[in-house]
Design a protein around this ligand. Structure first.
Ligand SMILES: [Zn+2]
Length: 123
């Protein structure tokens, strides 16, 4: 799946497979990191941001098992599945769990708006 960064989409998931079953099932999402087969925003994030991103992937995971595994379309060598959700103010950022791979191995640089929201999450 490919979406532009900060693109808005109607989104849904199975609350029972989310880290918090009381999350809404449907909501308006802001898409981050749905790269498809190329990285349009390249750069290096700080170690602190990478740590925040890894924490996010661990604590805010939603297993979209029905969608199955997705192979990275950039290198075709990495499989992952599921997504993570960062709720900040009134925004719901929906991010593929594979974002860690994109950042580490393909130098994907997420938008500032997302990185600053990431800085403000509670551990
Ligand atoms: Zn890859």
């Amino acid at each position: 799946m490919k979406y532009s960064d900060l693109q808005e989409e109607s989104w849904w998931h199975h609350p029972e497979s989310a880290y918090d079953p009381s999350l809404p099932k449907e909501f308006d999402a802001v898409m981050i990191g749905w790269l498809g087969n190329k990285v349009e925003s390249i750069g290096v994030i700080s170690d602190a941001d990478l740590q925040h991103l890894e924490d996010l992937c661990e604590t805010r995971y939603i297993d979209q098992a029905l969608l199955g595994y997705h192979t990275c379309e950039i290198c075709n060598k990495y499989d992952d599945r599921g997504e993570v959700l960062l709720i900040h103010e009134d925004k719901y950022f929906v991010v593929p769990h594979m974002i860690i791979h994109y950042v580490k191995d393909h130098k994907y640089l997420p938008p500032d708006e997302f990185l600053s929201a990431l800085d403000q999450i509670e551990a």
